[in-house]
Design a protein around this ligand. Structure first.
Ligand SMILES: [Zn+2]
Length: 303
């Protein structure tokens, strides 16, 4: 009987993890193995999730809103990213995070001098509550169109905070461009973490130079990887590595070292978010972990 308990916890956790990036309470159930070392730093599934989510307070606390580069601004919380892309025809909001954070995002947008009601399009990086639960409320407050990736549509339709239907105004497919005013974002399906997990790319101009910006989605593997899921991740890593990238961003601040880069930015000097070498850092961590989880799983399956 005792032996069944950890297995049961793992199954329950896996079910929860497919519905949302695990909240911190569930992160305690993440295993601290396998361990991988990338660029001198050790990582485990537990340390990755803990770093992504932070404390419940950090998930809700406003991070000082700031300009990342060109027309791209950070409007998220301490650990959950939300980006505002300002165009000549209104703005695009990427990731509304939890519904309870939408008013904080609104406050950040307004503190930067923009109107929340100028938000015309809402996009998301993957169908988990900590990234897209707030779509309905954000739409209510702005009238923006919610565009979702086809492969994530079923998961989003099942995401109903307070029983509210998840808005879906337009379905987007891999490779499709979303244009508003002078700005275009392109969807790149990088599945695995969810069926429709998407990296969005655009360009931004600063001091006369144009840079490739990538809003990466999570590539964090689950505790158990099915053969179909393994194929999705293989595709995702390949696609993500091929994206032209000067400015790596992500759905959690940890993934693009936001706090360190923000401190550097405040200290002056060149924009630390222009970081081509950093474009593969998170990919290297997630792919090493994915390989290690697959390896561990295969070893455990051997008689
Ligand atoms: Zn997630």
């Amino acid at each position: 009987m005792k032996q069944q308990i950890p297995g049961l916890n793992r199954v329950l956790f896996f079910v929860a993890a497919t519905a949302a990036c695990p909240p911190v309470a569930s992160a305690q159930n993440m295993p601290d193995h396998p361990k991988v070392n990338v660029q001198g730093q050790d990582w485990t599934p537990l340390s990755i999730v803990s770093g992504n989510m932070g404390t419940p307070a950090e998930q809700e606390a406003q991070f000082p809103p700031f300009k990342v580069i060109g027309n791209i601004y950070y409007v998220g919380t301490k650990t959950l990213s939300s980006f505002l892309v300002v165009t000549t025809a209104g703005n695009i909001l990427i990731d509304t995070t939890y519904e309870r954070n939408v008013r904080t995002i609104q406050k950040s947008v307004e503190q930067l001098g923009f109107k929340f009601t100028d938000t015309k399009i809402i996009l998301g990086n993957h169908a988990h509550g900590d990234h897209m639960e707030g779509d309905g409320l954000a739409k209510e407050l702005t009238g923006a169109k919610v565009m979702v990736m086809a492969e994530d549509e079923p998961a989003l339709r099942a995401m109903k905070p307070g029983g509210k239907e998840h808005p879906v105004d337009q379905v987007v497919h891999d490779g499709e461009a979303v244009t508003l005013g002078n700005t275009t974002l392109v969807a790149h399906l990088t599945p695995g973490h969810t069926r429709g997990a998407t990296a969005w790319t655009t360009t931004a101009t600063e001091a006369g130079k144009t840079y490739n910006v990538v809003f990466f989605t999570s590539l964090r593997s689950p505790v158990k990887i099915s053969p179909a899921n393994e194929l999705e991740f293989a595709r995702a890593f390949k696609t993500a590595r091929l994206l032209p990238c000067d400015v790596p961003l992500g759905d959690h601040g940890r993934e693009f070292r936001m706090v360190e880069k923000y401190a550097k930015m405040k200290a002056g000097g060149p924009n630390p978010f222009i970081d081509p070498a950093g474009c593969t850092t998170e990919l290297d961590i997630e792919e090493a972990m994915f390989d290690a989880v697959v390896e561990e799983q295969k070893a455990a399956a051997k008689p």
